[in-house]
Design a binder for this molecule. Structure first.
Ligand code: HEM
Length: 415
């Protein structure tokens, strides 16, 4: 089967683990109980790492391989790095899921996380081999976004390396260094690789080639350069001082401007039919996120930035509504659409869950009695979000038929 299809199918399968695990985690905020032989903290790590490595990471790789031939004019070559990427991906993600769930951050889970990073390097090699024939100056606009995203994926490894150096070599002597590593990874991977890469996918699937190239090129370069300084904002409530404070705040606000400028451009695009509702939802969510990128400029922000419900609400605005919404739209376009109810359930559940989390974060101090009802509502909203997401990523009937035919052909060829 085509490498892109293998990665997209794997990504959809990991989503069927990630979302139910998220619903289970939400239940713990409503009832106090023990998750059998596990710890909740470890299950949160299993949920987030499988979401990053399996669902979003492999999904974006699959989409990139799917659109690359439009720019190179030939199918993606079956190279050794690609074969190893496909071979190792199930072990890398599955190993991370099991070891994070069982041990949390420990030797085995760090080993599997590192294996995932090795996959990212393999993917960067595959990407570079496909595009190196043409000079970067000649790359069409969508490829520039995708190229910036692949570079950000590689740069995100610096964040995890900083965490390991800070913990294993410097023995946690500099807590701010550990935090810097965590936030550098979260920003470079989530806002960088995933968000910028999906902008490239939207442009590619909407048929953009060279239109408005200067504007799009400036946006891609700005998105690339602003990520690392913007990540440092999250260290301000944890004691960061000096000139890095204004620099990181300005970088974060500029990042919001880049997102708004991208949306202004994308508004005029002819969006592909099956992706349209999902991308409209992701676009609206990105507009909310872009507006929230300016909030750190307010003095009250340092207090809000340590509020767990607000942090988790913002994180799911970004990863569930923007990233997963855009991925599901692209998958509907590439693999065939799921039913209309898939979108309706995902959209209503996700918007409600994120809104209840924001409401919880803003109300808890003033009205603690609202805490349990809001958590219960967020838990209830998680069900339609998860069902809609899993349904939305399921292959359409045509794709299922094609896969069946492919399997039959393989069985017959063995005879
Ligand atoms: C139905 C959908 C989902 C539900 C119900 C859900 C639920 C949760 C819950 C309950 C937590 C822990 C909150 C806390 O510690 O206060 C969490 C954390 C997290 N989730 Fe989700 N989630 C969903 C989808 C996703 C998706 C699609 C992604 C990524 C693409 C994602 C990424 C994360 C991350 C990165 C964390 C933070 C982990 C940490 O702080 O260590 N989630 N989620």
């Amino acid at each position: 089967m085509h490498a892109a299809s293998v990665l997209l199918s794997a990504s959809a399968r990991w989503l069927t683990v990630v979302l139910p695990l998220g619903v289970l985690l939400r239940s713990a905020f409503v009832w106090l109980y023990n998750p059998g032989p596990f710890y909740w903290g470890n299950l949160i790590h299993a949920h987030s790492h499988t979401a990053y490595f399996g669902w979003a990471g492999l999904g974006l790789m699959g989409l990139i391989l799917h659109v690359l031939p439009r720019f190179t004019g030939r199918p993606v070559a079956e190279s050794r790095p690609l074969i190893w990427l496909l071979r190792l991906a199930p072990w890398a993600v599955g190993g991370a899921l099991v070891t994070f769930a069982w041990w949390g951050y420990a030797g085995p889970s760090i080993a599997f996380a590192t294996l995932n990073e090795a996959l990212w390097v393999l993917f960067a090699i595959v990407f570079w081999r496909e595009v190196r024939q043409a000079p970067v100056a000649a790359w069409p606009a969508p490829l520039r976004f995708i190229g910036a995203a692949v570079l950000l994926l590689l740069l995100s490894i610096s964040g995890t390396t900083l965490v390991i150096v800070s913990e294993a070599i410097l023995d946690s002597a500099f807590p701010l260094l550990y935090q810097a590593g965590v936030y550098l990874f979260l920003q470079l991977f989530g806002d960088g690789w995933l968000e910028v890469g999906l902008m490239g996918i939207v442009l590619a699937l909407a048929g953009v080639r060279d239109e408005a190239r200067p504007l799009l090129t400036r946006l891609a370069v700005a998105a690339l350069l602003l990520q690392a300084p913007a990540a440092l904002r999250m260290l301000i409530p944890r004691g960061l001082e000096g000139p890095l404070v204004p620099a990181s705040l300005i970088a974060g606000a500029l990042q919001g401007l880049v997102q708004l400028a991208f949306l202004a451009f994308a508004r005029n695009l002819q969006l592909p039919e099956h992706a349209r509702p999902w991308w409209r939802l992701a676009g609206l969510s990105l507009a909310v996120k872009a507006a929230l990128e300016f909030v750190p400029l307010l003095p009250a922000w340092s207090g809000l930035a340590l509020n767990r419900s607000l942090v988790i609400g913002f994180l799911h605005l970004k990863l569930l509504l923007v990233v997963s919404g855009a991925l599901l739209g692209a998958m509907a376009q590439v693999r065939g659409p799921a039913g209309r109810w898939a979108f309706r359930l995902f959209a209503s559940g996700s918007v409600a869950m994120v809104s209840f989390l924001f409401a919880h974060g803003l109300l808890f101090d003033r009205a603690p009695a609202t805490s349990l009802p809001l958590y219960a509502l967020a838990f209830a909203a998680a069900f339609p979000a998860a069902i809609g997401g899993i349904w939305g990523a399921a292959p359409a009937a045509a794709e299922r038929r094609a896969r069946l035919v492919h399997r039959l052909q393989r069985v017959l060829s063995l005879w």
